[in-house]
Design a protein around this ligand. Structure first.
Ligand code: GLY
Length: 365
């Protein structure tokens, strides 16, 4: 697949999303990108233990030979920090671990951080690199479908607060993204579905004859099966989905307008995730949120294409993504109170009009 190049007007910088086809190519491209700089790779225990990247590639083996330290912090060897996995560790304590390790490895302003992981690792490493010595570069190596099509691209970085997800953070663009779809081969099905929901969201926001992403996903959904044959069909659509994200980020990097569209399904979705005590996976909650936003689009008279709901439901069913939940509108609205998309007491919703077209809507609560 061709590189996708993204231009950020605010800083007049460009960066590439590259698609190395296997782990050896990834390691070679990464080594070239690092060049002779000092670096720190940050990953989590799941990726470190499960991904053959760290066993197969000479580059990663060489950076993984020093035994774990005995000082209490887990899994630290030279150039590598392994964090505990999961959203519950997306906090200041993990940021401190990254910064401490970076200082202890003598990283300076000419060094770089490298995130190998899903959205949690990528967002935290991006944020740590933003504040380490007032900002150093970082590289994103997304290992989940969700991180490939969404969080690794566009420079949103941060951590969670007890008051809500991603409430602390910064815009800090990576200097490169290496999107190696080999990682998907060992990804649990639920994670593939998480990513598919974000891809569907992209297809609902942006649709052109050159990139009819929603329709392509509809076709792919007819052939859904959790196997390698399906992944082969999915791979070209990943680059389509990233191209949509790039298009939106280039127009509005810091979310003062168009980028808000990427929140389609998320305001409702985050509330549903919260109410389920995070038992409903993010993607599935976003799918439920998109369906809820169609309901509200009908209610406020902005839905132009009545067939949209049925097409979406059919596609989600084909992908085996359940959209059943028992939360009432009142419970969902209450759970939306802490959403950061709230401005001056108003919840900002993104509502679908037709495929490729959404609009913002203020909800007074
Ligand atoms: N994940 C939404 C955004 O990057 O704006």
């Amino acid at each position: 697949m061709h590189d996708i190049n993204l231009h950020i007007k605010r800083q007049d910088i460009d960066y590439s999303i590259k698609f190395p086809q296997d782990f050896e190519t990834l390691a070679t491209q990464l080594a070239a990108q690092i060049n002779d700089r000092n670096f720190l790779i940050i990953t989590d225990e799941n990726i470190f233990n499960k991904s053959s990247l760290f066993q197969k590639s000479g580059f990663f083996k060489n950076n993984n030979q020093v035994p774990l330290d005995k000082g209490g912090m887990r899994g630290i060897s030279r150039n590598l920090l392994i964090l505990p996995p999961g959203e519950k560790y997306k906090n200041w304590s993990s940021i401190e671990k990254i910064l401490d390790k970076a200082f202890s490895q003598n990283l300076d302003r000419s060094s770089l951080l490298i995130a190998i992981g899903g959205g949690v690792v990528g967002d935290m490493v991006g944020f740590a690199s933003h504040i380490f010595m007032r900002g150093i570069p970082f590289i994103q190596i997304p290992t989940t479908l969700l991180a490939m099509v969404d969080s690794s691209v566009g420079g949103k970085t941060g951590i969670d607060s007890p008051f809500g997800k991603n409430l602390i953070g910064a815009f800090h663009q990576p200097e490169a993204v290496f999107c190696c779809t080999k990682f998907l081969e060992s990804l649990p099905e639920v994670e593939i579905k998480n990513g598919l929901c974000e891809m569907i969201k992209h297809g609902m926001i942006h649709h052109t004859p050159e990139n009819p992403h929603f329709e392509e996903l509809e076709k792919l959904s007819e052939k859904y099966a959790p196997n390698s044959h399906f992944l082969e069909g999915l791979v070209p659509l990943i680059s389509q989905s990233i191209a949509i994200k790039k298009h939106i980020v280039q127009q509005d990097e810091q979310e003062s307008g168009t980028r808000e569209n990427l929140n389609l399904g998320h305001t409702f979705g985050h509330a549903i995730e919260l109410l389920s005590e995070f038992k409903i996976p993010h993607g599935q909650a976003v799918a439920m949120g998109i369906l809820k936003s169609i309901e509200y689009a009908k209610k406020y008279g902005v839905l132009e294409d009545e067939s949209l709901e049925k097409r979406l439901q059919k596609m989600l069913k084909n992908f085996g993504i359940s959209t059943e939940h028992n939360f009432s509108d009142a419970e969902i609205i209450e759970a939306m109170q802490h959403d950061k998309k709230k401005k001056r007491g108003q919840i900002r919703l993104i509502l679908p009009q037709r495929i490729g077209q959404v609009c913002p809507h203020r909800l007074n609560i």
